[in-house]
Design a protein around this ligand. Structure first.
Ligand SMILES: *Cc1c(COP(=O)(O)O)cnc(C)c1O
Length: 361
């Protein structure tokens, strides 16, 4: 990663916060951003000039490589505020490791861990007022890296920008979703970039998701690219199935993203005595379970929505309802993870990270 870690961050604060102009009751996800952002450049083989400055537009050369060859990766995290105005992150080490793994896959240089954490702590201390209070309300954090070298030569870039921007979001219930199982398109391929949080993975799934939307489905359950017989992810979330009392989710692979929510829910479920199986699950098994009544729940898991219950799935033109459950696993697991994230309960797993002035070098 090649950075001089003794370099001091440059801090430029806003002259006046724009927070009073924000309507916190009517936030649209990811549309409003906090006062400050973090920016750092990779030039001449080293990360340099880490800086915090007022949120503002960028100037990019039209030949910047990201615009032509898509070298870009990102992360999604949240800051949570507790009753006493303490601000917490949830397993941020996982996001820090993952953005570097994603970067390696896209031939982007890794970003130093020390600066990742210093940037987060500095931004969140500065913009603490932007973390909304109340369970379900959060400050969504978006770290991202992209290729900035100018020139359309089809080769990896020699210059990059690492940035962090933050957006306040309010809890809202999207309702339960109807999903369709993919039989034609794929999100990710064997040996491809599906396990990386690469920007293009999202770009590639908008079209099939739009087609599904026209048929009345909000999400696609992606299947393996070779045979379309095994379930892999639901939209941009990992996916869980409950058959009888067993919770089942696919093992991660180079086509499945290693979600922090997924792995945390597995640990929480096991801790709560719920039988968990991490194994491949076929479409045929799911259809049979739906027919014989043993299918109890399907839900997506990811940082943005935490847990997102599915009310029906479609396959081969047939809709299969997922009957509502009393005391559902999705509801139980969501409550446990939120209570940990918001510092409401003990954190038996050591996952909470307290944002603090003391973490700043
Ligand atoms: C980000 C993401 C997830 C969820 O990961 P979390 O770490 O739980 O937020 C799942 N699948 C895909 C494809 C993703 O990009």
């Amino acid at each position: 990663m090649n950075a001089d870690l003794t370099t001091r961050f440059t801090i430029e604060k806003v002259a006046k916060s724009k927070i009073s102009a924000v309507d916190f009751e009517n936030l649209i996800f990811g549309k409003v951003f906090s006062d400050h952002m973090f920016e750092c450049d990779y030039i001449d083989g080293a990360w340099q000039n880490p800086r915090i400055k007022p949120y503002q537009p960028l100037t990019l050369d039209p030949s910047s490589k990201v615009l032509h060859y898509g070298q870009a990766v990102f992360e999604g995290m949240k800051a949570y505020k507790d009753e006493k105005d303490g601000i917490w992150l949830f397993r941020p080490d996982q996001n820090q490791e993952r953005i570097n793994k994603s970067s390696v896959r896209m031939a982007i240089p890794e970003f130093p861990k020390e600066w990742f954490f210093e940037a987060l702590n500095r931004l969140l201390v500065l913009d603490a007022a932007w973390v909304p209070k109340g369970i379900g309300n959060t400050l969504y954090i978006r770290p991202f890296v992209f290729a900035t070298e100018s020139g359309v030569q089809a080769s990896k870039s020699n210059a990059y920008k690492f940035m962090i921007i933050m957006s306040p979001v309010k809890s809202y219930f999207r309702g339960e979703v109807r999903v369709v199982i993919a039989q034609q398109y794929s999100r990710a391929a064997n040996g491809g970039v599906g396990a990386a949080k690469a920007a293009g993975n999202y770009g590639g799934q908008f079209y099939p998701t739009e087609l599904a939307g026209k048929e009345g489905y909000q999400q696609v359950i992606w299947t393996d690219d070779t045979s379309h017989t095994y379930m892999e992810e639901a939209g941009t979330m990992n996916v869980f199935f409950r058959i009888n009392d067993t919770l089942i989710t696919a093992p991660t692979s180079d086509r499945i993203l290693d979600g922090v929510t997924r792995k945390s829910l597995i640990t929480i479920a096991e801790h709560a005595g719920i039988p968990v199986e991490v194994r491949k699950i076929s479409v045929q098994e799911l259809v049979e379970a739906a027919k014989n009544g043993s299918l109890k729940e399907i839900f997506g898991a990811g940082t943005a929505a935490t847990v997102s219950p599915v009310k029906s799935f479609a396959y081969d033109g047939v809709d299969y309802p997922v009957p509502p459950q009393e005391d559902s696993y999705s509801g139980r697991l969501k409550k446990i993870i939120l209570d940990i994230q918001y510092n409401v309960t003990e954190d038996p797993f050591g996952w909470r990270y307290k944002v603090s002035e003391e973490n700043i070098n």
